[in-house]
Design a protein around this ligand. Structure first.
Ligand SMILES: [Zn+2]
Length: 373
C-alpha cells in the first residue's frame, strides 16, 4: 500500500492524490495554509458577520457537539465577533461523560441559547444496522442529521447564516482552502451522505418516508426563501488546534479525555463509539485515527515521521473494547460484523480475515455510557 512520503496517509484514503515526489494532497493543503494571508481573510469574515448582526432573533446558527471545534466556534462568535448565536445539537446518542460535560458547560459558561435534539433511538438502531450492512457506514444517520437537520433548523428559525467549523480541506479532498465550501444540496448528498440518499432506507425494517424527515435537506422552496449562507470558520481563521485547545481550556474549562484507538486526547472524545468507527476504517482501508492524527501532527511539525510510525504501530487496528457494546446496540454478531468489512475492503489493502482477530485495545474509562448509573 502506497503511503505519503511526508506524512502517513495511505492511498486508500478517499480522493487522496500524490505528486511526483510521493507527497499527498493533504500535505499540499498544509503548505497552502502557510501561504494564505489570514489577516485579510479575517477582515472578509468580519464584513460578512457585520451584514448579519442584529437583524433577527439570532445572528447565526452554530452546529454544536461541544467538541473542540464547536466550542471554539462558539467562543469566537460570542467573545471575539460579538454575535448572538443559537447552538444546535443533533444528538447521536453516544455522548461520553466528558462530552456531556463539555456540551452543557460551554453553552452555560458563555450564556448562549442551546437547542438539543435527540432522534428516535429505535430508528437510529435500524439505520445503523442497515447502513452498516449495505454500505459499511453506520455513521450515515449522524452525518445526515448534523448537516441536513441543522439546515432544517436554520429554515425553521429563519437564521440565514450558519457557522460551521474547520475547513474540510484539513482532512479530506472534497474542497480546498480556496473553495470556501458551502453546505448546499449537492455537497450534502455527494459528500456528507456519500451519495446515499434517505430514500434508500424507506420500506426497510418498517421505516417510512416520514421517519426519514430528520435526515433530509430542506426543500428547494425553503432554501430559496431563506437563501442561507454557510461559512466554515476554518476558511477565514487559521486553524491552529493546539492553540485553540489551550484557549478553550483556559476560558471555558473545556476538558479532554482518553480516546479509544489513539494517543490524541482532544479529537472526537465526545463519541463513545469513535473507537469502533476508526476500527471500521482500519478494516476497510488499512488505517485508523492514529495514522490520521499523526499525519496532522507531522505536517504541522509537532512530531517526526518516525515517531508517527511508532504511534500507528502502537494504536491502529486494535480491536476496541467498545465493540461489544456497539454490536449489542446494532444487534450483530462479531462474525457478521467482520464479514461485512471483508466485502468492503478498499484495494490494495489486504482483506482482514476473521480468524486473525486483532488484539484488544487498552481500557478507556471515557467509552462508558454516562447515563448508565
Ligand atoms: Zn501527506
Amino acid at each position: 500500500m502506497r503511503i505519503c512520503t511526508k506524512c502517513l496517509m495511505p492511498e486508500t484514503q478517499e480522493k487522496l492524490t500524490f505528486d511526483a515526489n510521493g507527497v499527498c494532497s493533504l500535505c499540499a493543503t498544509g503548505g497552502r495554509k502557510v501561504e494564505i494571508d489570514w489577516d485579510s481573510r479575517e477582515k472578509e469574515l468580519i464584513k460578512i458577520l457585520d451584514k448579519y448582526r442584529g437583524k433577527a432573533q439570532y445572528d447565526c446558527l452554530i452546529p454544536y457537539s461541544g467538541g473542540k471545534d464547536s466550542a471554539f466556534q462558539v467562543y469566537m462568535m460570542v467573545k471575539k465577533y460579538n454575535m448572538k448565536p443559537l447552538l444546535y445539537t443533533f444528538h447521536h446518542t453516544f455522548l461520553t461523560k466528558t462530552g456531556l460535560y463539555n456540551m452543557f458547560n460551554t453553552a452555560l459558561k458563555l450564556g448562549v441559547e442551546h437547542l438539543l435534539y435527540t432522534p428516535d433511538k429505535n430508528l437510529i438502531k435500524k439505520l445503523m444496522y442497515l447502513a452498516l450492512r449495505e454500505y459499511g457506514d453506520w455513521c450515515w444517520f449522524c452525518h445526515s442529521g448534523i448537516y441536513g437537520n441543522t439546515m432544517q433548523v436554520a429554515v425553521r428559525y429563519q437564521i440565514p447564516l450558519i457557522i460551521w467549523g474547520e475547513s474540510v480541506a484539513e482532512y479530506r479532498n472534497d474542497y480546498t482552502l480556496d473553495d470556501f465550501e458551502q453546505i448546499d444540496y449537492y455537497n450534502f448528498v455527494h459528500n456528507k451522505q456519500s451519495g446515499i440518499g434517505w430514500e434508500r432506507f424507506v420500506g426497510k425494517e418498517g421505516i417510512t418516508e416520514e421517519d426519514m424527515s430528520p435526515f433530509r435537506f430542506p426543500t428547494i422552496e425553503e432554501i430559496e426563501q431563506l437563501e442561507p449562507a454557510s461559512l466554515h470558520l476554518g476558511s477565514y481563521v487559521k486553524w491552529d488546534i493546539p492553540a485553540q485547545i489551550e484557549l478553550i481550556k483556559r476560558e471555558l474549562d473545556w476538558k479532554d479525555a482518553q480516546v479509544e484507538g489513539t494517543y490524541c486526547t482532544y479529537d472526537k472524545q465526545e463519541c463513545r463509539f469513535i473507537g469502533v468507527r476508526d476500527y471500521c476504517k482500519y478494516l476497510k482501508r488499512g488505517f485508523g485515527r492514529t495514522a490520521h492524527q499523526a499525519s496532522l501532527d507531522i505536517r504541522e511539525g509537532r512530531i517526526s515521521r518516525e515517531e508517527g510510525l511508532a504511534l500507528v504501530e502502537q494504536y491502529d487496528g486494535k480491536r476496541p473494547e467498545s465493540l461489544d457494546a456497539f454490536l449489542n446496540e446494532v444487534g450483530l454478531s462479531e462474525k457478521n460484523f467482520m464479514d461485512i468489512f471483508v466485502e468492503q475492503v478498499v484495494s490494495p489493502w489486504e482483506p482482514v480475515r476473521y480468524e486473525n482477530k486483532p488484539m484488544m485495545g487498552p481500557h478507556i474509562e471515557n467509552t462508558k455510557n454516562p447515563l448508565e448509573l
